[in-house]
Design a protein around this ligand. Structure first.
Ligand code: SF4
Length: 467
């Protein structure tokens, strides 16, 4: 399971478009704040990064392949003025990993310039692309994000941008958290199900939009609230306005996997602390699946918060028995299986003094193919563990995601093709349990809100189908 993308936008910082031109560096330009925001969102995508800045009424973009720190140098970011900007970090889920597909994507149309940063995946991209191409649209990229922007532009032939957005939304199906920058405003949009997160913050007089609140924290902005599913927020020099295009039933299906793995634990997403949800999942897991063990060890970093919750609930000693090498970097972003397998021992190393002769309980967030997990278990056994038990703080992943998360085909998902006992045998543990969907949802929300989350990768209940 791979993160999707991270998006960020800020309007009106500093007040004057003069940061570089006048040498006044005390107020950071919108682009420099966006750079910091993308830096905080780097975990959501490492293939490409880009920023579009509004400079003296015109949109200008810098983007490239690689990490934020590789695409932006001190030189190019410090000479990139502007009072508004949007930014994007990408992991490709539709369209290949090439510079043309890097975002933000910009177009010039009859109404001016429009730039977009998109997180999510449409389920009717092919159909929309075909319709647009028949109308004469020429695509520069293979990404569904360009399909969104072209769909919006095609609807502005007979109306203004806002009406064009509303008309486009009625034909776009799928998952999208979207930040648009025009010559006059910053616009944030979430699809009606709210699959992907987007929050609003404030930095002095400037409004900020970001995938996760950690991107607000890094620039010192205050968290205000989430953009609601189906909501369009328009931010301009008059302030912020919010619209929901039509009266629609609340059909929230926010991605519960944001809580399990994607989002940073120090973030708030969908209005709730990710750390709190993970820790509560661990407490529930301890109640559902107790085990006699001498020590609880998290598989870092994803299992840390749940392991803390598990240890708190059952009173077994918590230790950091696996140490992660934080300098391995993008070795693990290479999708080739051979490198991924080689990478496990480069990434994690056991602390023998904690593990030897102990009954070890490992806690992790999920099992996808099971191959990485098997290697970690072998590592723990080689370090002298007497018994190895594994507890997973989410339900078994049996289905692929169509909403902006890169998942293997079901044939490669071990829980789709193997029984619990077969998985236990394959990865080589003495016992194995997963958290139930019911308790995952209880950890993520209050009981009356349990239907506000997508759980399709666990139960196959897809809120919208492809096509
Ligand atoms: S299918 Fe899974 S990963 Fe995809 S949006 Fe739903 S909960 Fe999230």
């Amino acid at each position: 399971m791979r993160e999707e993308c991270g998006i960020f936008g800020i309007w009106k910082h500093p007040e004057q478009d003069a940061c570089v031109a006048t040498g006044e560096h005390d107020a950071l330009s919108a682009a420099r704040l966006t750079y910091l925001g993308l830096f905080a969102l780097q975990h959501r995508g490492q293939e490409s990064a880009g920023i579009t800045s509004l400079q003296e009424g015109k949109l200008k973009t810098i983007k490239g392949m690689g990490l934020v720190s590789e695409v932006f140098s001190t030189q190019n970011i410090e000479t990139f003025p502007g009072t508004a900007a949007i930014g994007h970090v990408r992991y490709s889920t539709t369209g290949s990993s090439i510079l043309e597909n890097a975002q933000p994507i910009s177009v010039t149309y009859a109404g001016g310039q429009l730039s977009a940063a998109h997180n999510g995946n449409l389920v009717n991209t092919d159909l929309l692309r075909e319709i647009l191409e028949r109308q004469g649209a020429v695509f520069q990229t293979t990404s569904d994000s360009e399909v969104i922007i072209q769909t919006i532009v095609s609807h502005t032939a007979s109306c203004d941008l806002y009406q064009g957005i509303i008309r486009a939304i009625s034909s776009i199906k799928g998952a999208y958290a979207l930040i648009l920058l025009t010559n006059n405003e910053l616009i944030g949009i979430r699809d009606e199900f709210g699959f992907r997160p987007l929050c609003i913050g404030k930095l002095n007089n400037s409004f900020v939009l970001a995938s996760e609140s950690c991107a607000l924290d890094i620039i010192g902005a205050e968290y205000i609230r989430e953009v609601e599913p189906g909501e369009i927020v328009i931010i301009n020099n008059s302030g912020i306005t919010s619209q929901k295009p039509a009266k629609q039933p609340e059909r929230y299906k926010q991605c519960v996997f944001e809580y399990i793995y994607f989002a940073r634990p120090d973030s708030k997403v969908f209005g709730k602390s990710v750390y709190d949800v993970r820790k509560q999942s661990g407490r529930y897991l301890a109640k559902e699946s107790p085990v006699s063990a001498d020590v609880i060890i998290p598989i870092p970093d994803s299992g840390v918060s749940a392991a803390l919750g598990y240890a708190e609930a059952c009173g077994i000693k918590y230790e950091l028995g696996l140490i992660r090498n934080h300098y391995v970097g993008r070795t693990f972003i290479n999708p080739k299986q051979s490198i991924r397998e080689f990478g496990v021992s480069m990434k994690l190393n056991p602390v023998r003094e904690i593990i030897a002769d102990k009954r070890v309980l490992l806690v992790d967030d999920s099992i996808v193919r099971g191959t990485t997990c098997k290697k970690i278990i072998k590592m723990i056994r080689n370090a002298g563990a007497k018994e190895v038990h594994l507890r997973i703080s989410s339900p078994p992943i049996k289905h692929s995601c169509f909403y902006g998360v890169d998942t293997p085909d079901p044939a490669e998902l071990i829980a789709s093709t193997h029984s619990l006992e077969e998985i236990r045998d394959f990865i080589g543990v003495d016992s194995l349990s997963y958290l139930s969907i019911e308790n995952l949802l209880s950890a993520a929300s209050s009981s009356i809100e349990n239907d506000r989350f997508c759980t399709a990768c666990f139960d196959g209940a897809y809120p919208i189908l492809q096509g």
